[in-house]
Design a binder for this molecule. Structure first.
Ligand SMILES: [Zn+2]
Length: 77
């Protein structure tokens, strides 16, 4: 059984502590206005191997209503 990396959902990452590729556990770290920050932990030793931000329509709509986002963009410009 071989998994492909079509989207960036890593099932294994290189762990410097284990000095080999290890299966990872994904953990929700933070919920940001722009999405969710997930952290990849080595399933073997628990070292943080990386992070990724998940942006989904559901998350964006719930946390950041369109009206508020438009206003923020106007302030930035
Ligand atoms: Zn490890």
């Amino acid at each position: 059984m071989q998994q492909q990396f079509g989207s960036f959902t890593a099932s294994e990452l290189y762990c410097p502590k284990c000095r080999s590729s290890q299966p990872v556990r994904e953990r929700l770290l933070l919920v940001l206005p722009t999405g969710e920050l997930h952290e990849f932990l080595c399933a073997n030793c628990g070292t943080s191997l990386g992070k990724r931000t998940v942006t989904g329509p559901a998350v964006a709509a719930a946390v950041n209503p369109p009206a508020r986002r438009a206003r923020k963009q106007r302030l930035l410009r």
